[in-house]
Design a binder for this molecule. Structure first.
Ligand code: ATP
Length: 608
């Protein structure tokens, strides 16, 4: 492909991503070789076929020996390769399917091998983006909608793959068609004196760069707009499909339909703008080709050349334009790829704000001492925790209470190292958590949250997540301890019953018990119960409470609870207010000394 065809140097941005082609490099090279065969059989094979077969079928040549490869007026010392007169017709008839058999086989092999390479690249890029998401900060998921991220992984990766594989293929194989066709034209022109003027017909080729460039700029902008709209649509879909109950309960169906229709219409408009520029380019180039071909035909008509040669030349000219036409599509696809790459790089290059240390310290066997020393933390500008210092001894059961927004969940987020404090340090067994591998730290902590998330898998596998190498007996025992065994065995599928997306097939209490069974199985020295029973009715809560009471034994436990019933087995209570720990002690002492605690307690009692 001539150099002027390369649309802006930004295509360089794709170069590092060629690493994803490595697992399918053999297939890709084989695809290029087949593509080259296809290119030569088109650019040279078909015109040669026309030049050879037409005079035999429609002229006088059927009675003459046919010169296939001449010795170019004695320039080379082999005799010309000829077909004797009796075989000429049979040869002419057989040549057509032979050339086309080579052409279509090479085309199939090229496309098949290229698809293989493309799908491997797609797999690699998708895994890379997904892996990056696993490392990114929790805030990243607050700032980006799940649906938009899904769209980046499913849609944008496809555009990038197209550039890495399909366009690279076109860049490499199209020159074969182009050069063979031009070579054929050049050779024929050289044969007929006065035919140089035929070459004028090629002059329009560089002219196509003008519309290609103008449309390309527009397309980049439109592609970015279209991809971001696709992301917005996926985000709305994900949000809407995850909350059908709320939508029905608040009569939001019409509202959702309107929001969805507006986005679909917006996407339609963006897509139509792209279609306009994309589809306009090809006919424009086709028109330019038609003009040049008619000039060529006119030039040929002025000269005394055979009909067969004229048709072959026009065929070659058509194949010389074919790569140029393809180029216009390539240019569009590069623009879409660039737009997709920009969105993927936003994920791939997002900073990992909570990273593992280069040389981590081993925690070893954790006793469960947790301390926060002069910790100040803010999510944004305003401090959520201010100068908090707390030391919790191994095996202590500590409840965190306080008004909504006081910083209780933030406190445990720092223990789990979901965030790093701006000032002060968090220690586990005296080791700064920033010096430990996150996986090792979290191995020592079990979390049972307000809305336990179960994965769309069997109940057994959901419990097994607590400790993946656990035996069946250990899993069953954990379920027994969590008070979950009876309901599990009563399920139609028993242990192998699939719980549905986010555990939707189970009740709130059942989900909680599966999550508690998971924590029993994990048996880690530190335990965090975040509002673990808040969503339950009195009966379920009683069962879950019993299980929790067993679970916390011997473990350093943090219980966040608005219900005072949940914290009755806590030996120590931390009272939070506006990001500070304003009181610390056992229940009875706090009732005496802490007015805020007394108020919260009185409110609870009045409520119950
Ligand atoms: P509740 O009892 O209502 O759960 P809490 O005491 O656990 O509240 P936190 O969840 O720690 O309070 O929140 C403390 C403050 O930090 C609140 O003002 C909250 O809006 C803010 N906050 C919490 N999480 C984030 C976040 N990811 N980004 C920004 N602000 C946040």
């Amino acid at each position: 492909m001539p150099r002027y065809c390369i649309p802006e140097l930004r295509v360089k941005r794709f170069f590092p991503y060629y690493a994803y082609l490595r697992p399918a490099l053999g297939h890709f090279i084989a695809a290029i070789i087949c593509g080259a065969i296809y290119g030569v059989s088109s650019g040279l094979g078909v015109p040669f076929l026309l030049k050879t077969v037409l005079p035999v079928l429609f002229g006088d040549d059927k009675h003459r020996a046919l010169v296939l490869v001449p010795n170019w007026h004695g320039w080379v010392d082999w005799p010309p390769l000829t077909i004797s007169p009796e075989y000429v017709l049979a040869f002419a008839v057989a040549l057509l399917p032979t050339v086309f058999a080579i052409r279509v086989s090479a085309e199939f092999a090229n496309k098949y091998l290229l698809s293989f390479a493309g799908l491997r690249v797609l797999e690699g890029v998708r895994v890379a983006v997904f892996s990056r998401l696993q490392e990114l900060h929790l805030d990243y998921f607050r700032r980006h909608k799940a649906g938009d991220l899904i769209s980046r992984i499913m849609v944008d990766t496809n555009h990038v793959k197209t550039v890495i594989v399909d366009i690279a293929n076109d860049f490499m194989i199209q020159p074969f068609t182009f050069v063979s066709a031009i070579g054929f034209i050049g050779y024929e022109c050289f044969k007929y004196p006065g035919m140089e003027r035929f070459l004028i017909a090629l002059a329009a080729i560089p002219a196509v760069v003008v519309p290609v460039r103008i449309f390309g700029k527009k397309l980049l902008y439109k592609s970015e707009q279209m991809l971001s709209r696709t992301g917005g649509l996926s985000a709305l879909l994900a949000e809407s499909l995850q909350s059908p109950r709320e939508i029905r309960a608040y009569n939001l169906e019409a509202n959702e339909r309107r929001r969805f229709s507006e986005l679909v219409r917006g996407l339609f408009r963006s897509q139509m703008k792209m279609v306009k520029y994309e589809k306009m380019l090809s006919p424009l180039i086709e028109f330019l080709s038609a003009v040049s071909i008619s000039i060529a035909v006119y030039q040929a008509a002025q000269l005394d050349i055979s009909q067969g040669d004229a048709v072959a030349l026009i065929g070659a000219l058509y194949f010389a334009y074919e790569p140029v036409k393809k180029l216009s599509g390539i240019h569009n696809r590069i623009k879409s790829g660039l737009a997709g790459l920009t969105r993927l790089e936003e994920v791939l290059n997002a900073p990992v704000e909570v990273a593992d240390p280069a040389v981590p310290v081993e925690l070893g066997k954790v006793r469960g001492e947790v301390s926060l020393d002069a910790v100040t933390f803010a999510y944004g500008a305003d401090s959520v925790l201010s100068d908090v210092s707390v030391k919790v001894h191994p095996g202590e059961v500590v409840a965190l209470v306080g008004p909504s927004g006081a910083g209780k969940s933030t406190f445990v987020n720092l223990v789990l190292r979901f965030y790093d404090p701006q000032q002060g340090t968090v220690h586990v067994d005296g080791t700064d958590v920033r010096k430990v591998r996150q996986a090792e730290l979290r191995e020592a902590i079990a979390l049972v949250s307000q809305e336990p998330i179960l994965f769309n898998d069997t109940i057994y596998n959901n419990i097994l997540l607590g400790r993946r190498d656990a035996t069946r007996e250990a899993v069953e025992q954990a379920a027994e301890q969590a008070g979950a065994r009876d309901f599990i065995e009563a399920q139609p599928g028993g242990w192998d019953a699939v719980v549905g997306e986010r555990g939707g097939q189970l009740s709130g209490g059942q989900r909680q018990r599966v999550a508690i069974a998971r924590a029993f199985l994990k048996n880690s020295p530190i335990l965090i119960l975040d509002e673990a029973t808040s969503a339950l009715d009195a009966e379920s809560e009683a069962v879950v409470q019993q299980a929790l009471e067993k679970l916390v034994r011997g473990k350093t436990t943090f219980i966040i609870a608005h219900r005072f019933s949940t914290i009755r087995f806590a030996t120590r209570i931390l009272v939070f207010d506006k990001g500070r720990v304003v009181a610390d002690g056992p229940h009875a002492a706090l009732l005496e000394s802490c007015p805020l605690y007394r108020t919260l307690y009185a409110r609870q009692m009045a409520g119950t």
